[in-house]
Design a binder for this molecule. Structure first.
Ligand SMILES: [Zn+2]
Length: 446
């Protein structure tokens, strides 16, 4: 990792995601000890600060690092192995058997490859779910590459026709989660926070859900991260087992609230939308995953009208098949427009906020990350605007949401440290990681 005490990052255009959505031309940002200390024009910043390093911003947009509010880094080795399935078959036939057979080393390398793709494509923070076993190796990968993350093992104690090998007994689930909290929560200069990842109601008993809620309440700044109301078939199963709809069942288990973020949230009735509003529960919208698994279209507009905070997530490579948040921003906008037949349902400016500051708020990290403002953590991304897809460029926010892709990212800084620049990964040996994926592929196809 390139250790930088203080840096001035320049840019032709700075997109801040601050309250006013300010955009500054010929901009610069001064970073010292991992924090943003100055934001302004180049002239203003160079007048006020001097730095040991200057990052050239010619032909660049500088923006806040993207916040991926729902990811499964550990599933990266399963990319392309689970195409064209519906949710429950997809889980039973490929994803759960795949996850459960990973060795510890594969958990590490698969997660590392996922995080590498994230930082390559402009994501600086991931709300990440690992798998049940050997998840310490996934956390190790996050620590080494330098990504900011809420992360933890997958919590599941109920098989429901899923491979038994991935299920643990209730006591083991909670004990191992508590051990991870003690070891990892609020470590790496606060860059790693723990997340209680209850997979979904079909893999968690009521007893486990209650213990997860109790555990969450015992610690500061913990969140519950789960999937909810993703497909109609899944919702019908929840009604059969729990005797009530998805969100009402979660409410009965006391699992809704501002310290809970739920992925998908597609098939809700009026009363359930009210429950989300009343409890201030956070939602992560995952447009690529929902499209590929034919799950449905999340009504983001309705959530927004109720004042609910919604982030954007990529979900995992078996259902997306990449971690490029730029693609998910674009699709999020398009799906709302088509769902509501309203071109203003989700404008570009709002989508970019969902992928930055509102994503940060969705995982209760909004006071520290998600916008380029003095006092915030220096999680910053630069994109090239000298590629053919950048001409002409009337509006930088429109460009970022509708035209740019993760491949345009030229630099990624997390906590004041550059982790990716001009095609180079500064914290890991990417060729080695790529080789491990090929080896896994060969093993699977033997
Ligand atoms: Zn997911």
């Amino acid at each position: 990792m390139v250790k930088l005490k203080d840096t001035i990052l320049e840019a032709d255009i700075l997109v801040t995601s601050n309250l006013k959505n300010s955009v500054i031309k010929d901009a610069a940002v001064y970073v010292s000890n991992g924090l943003i200390h100055g934001v302004g024009t180049k002239k203003e910043i160079h007048k006020e600060f001097s730095a040991t390093k200057i990052v050239d911003g010619n032909n660049k947009i500088l923006l806040p690092g993207l916040v991926n509010t729902h990811s499964h880094s550990v599933q990266t080795f399963l990319r392309g192995k689970a195409d064209d399935f519906a949710l429950l078959d997809w889980l039973k036939q490929v994803v759960l058997p795949g996850e459960s057979h990973f060795t510890a080393e594969e958990v590490y390398n698969s997660s590392l490859l996922g995080f590498a793709e994230m930082i390559r494509t402009g994501t600086t923070t991931a709300n990440d779910m690992l798998t049940t076993h050997d998840s310490n190796f996934g956390i190790k990968a996050a620590k080494e590459i330098g990504i900011r993350t809420r992360i933890g093992k997958m919590l599941m104690d109920y098989s429901n026709d899923f491979p038994e090998i991935i299920i643990e007994d209730t006591e083991t689930v909670i004990e191992s989660a508590r051990k991870q909290i003690d070891e990892y929560h609020q470590t790496q200069n606060g860059r790693v926070k723990y997340s209680l990842n209850a997979r979904f109601l079909l893999s968690c008993s009521s007893e486990l859900m209650k213990l997860i809620v109790e555990t969450k309440d015992e610690y500061d700044d913990l969140m519950i991260h789960s999937h909810a109301s993703e497909s109609q078939a899944e919702c019908a199963e929840v009604v059969r087992i729990f005797g009530d709809s998805y969100f009402r069942s979660l409410k009965k288990l006391n699992a809704l609230g501002s310290e809970t973020i739920l992925a998908h949230g597609i098939w809700l009735d009026d009363d359930e939308y009210n429950l989300v509003e009343q409890t201030n529960t956070r939602i992560t919208h995952n447009p690529s995953s929902n499209s590929k698994l034919a799950s449905g279209i999340c009504d983001v507009l309705r959530y927004h009208k109720l004042g609910i905070i919604v982030g954007i997530g990529t979900d995992g490579p078996p259902c997306n098949n990449n971690f490029d948040m730029f693609q998910d921003m674009r699709l999020a906008a398009f799906l709302q427009k088509i769902k509501h037949l309203d071109e203003l349902a989700l404008p570009a400016e709002k989508v970019l906020r969902m992928a930055t500051i509102e994503g940060a708020q969705a995982i209760n990290w909004g006071t520290e990350i998600g916008s380029v403002e003095v006092g915030k953590k220096a999680d910053l991304v630069m994109t090239n605007i000298d590629e053919v897809n950048s001409f002409p460029l009337y509006n930088p926010v429109s460009h970022l949401v509708y035209s740019a892709s993760g491949k345009d990212v030229s630099m990624t800084m997390i906590d004041g440290e550059i982790v990716f620049q001009d095609g180079n990964y500064l914290t890991i040996d990417i060729e080695k990681v790529k080789r491990t994926a090929t080896e896994y592929q060969e093993k699977w196809t033997e």
